[in-house]
Ligand binder design. Structure first.
Ligand code: GDP
Ligand code: MG
Length: 177
């Protein structure tokens, strides 16, 4: 059975919607097999958002595309943008405790990402966690020099899920069916 990692980020904790967020994922058939509250350090966030070239470049590429839509041309390279956002994430994820959850189910990663919705809440479908519970934008987050507040992190593949789960959980803390 495939596993996915979901983290309820500090903005989700602030809004007091832990139960609602978990219910969304359970509602699409995912089952909780590990759950904990944790106060992350920057080192832990750095291991979670590992400085992987492909991911940094994809973050930079998406940011440039969002800028281009608003008619903004940036001098920063995709890699530089990726590194800047990684450092925003280290601040954002350590602002207050988070809840980390391991979900299991068929195609858990694609199912959980569909339920989470697009990275930018303002353009996320209204029936997704990000679309329902946040309205943040690339523009506002960049202006305030912080990560987009989009309620949840969701792993993007079984491979990244298995790596990320090890950052947050010991194997004895996960209970499979
Ligand atoms: P996700 O998989 O949908 O969470 O998106 P990514 O892996 O591309 O980015 C990780 C996180 O970084 C996102 O959830 C946002 O919190 C933040 N983020 C991504 N792109 C940007 C951006 O262009 N600007 C800002 N300020 N934050 C961003
Ligand atoms: Mg991601």
């Amino acid at each position: 059975m495939e596993r996915a990692l979901v983290i309820i980020k500090p903005d989700g904790m602030e809004k007091g919607i832990v139960g609602k967020v978990i219910a969304c994922f359970e509602g699409v058939g995912l089952r909780v097999s590990g759950i904990k509250m944790a106060r992350a350090t920057k080192a832990v966030v750095g291991r979670h958002y590992i400085a992987d070239r492909t991911w940094l470049m994809s973050v930079g590429k998406n940011a440039k595309a969002a800028d281009a839509k608003r008619g903004i041309v940036t001098k920063e390279t995709e890699m530089q943008i990726g590194m800047r956002i990684r450092s925003y994430l280290m601040n954002e994820l350590t602002r207050r405790p988070v809840v980390a959850i391991v979900f299991e189910g068929e195609n858990a990663n694609s199912v959980a990402r569909k339920m989470a919705g697009a990275t930018e809440p303002r353009s996320a479908d209204k029936n997704t966690v990000r679309g329902m519970y946040s309205t943040d934008t690339y523009q506002l987050a960049d202006k305030e020099k912080r990560a987009i507040r989009n309620i949840v992190h969701v792993s993007d593949s079984p491979k990244s899920a298995n790596r990320e789960i090890k950052v947050w959980f010991r194997s004895s803390e996960i209970f499979s069916e």
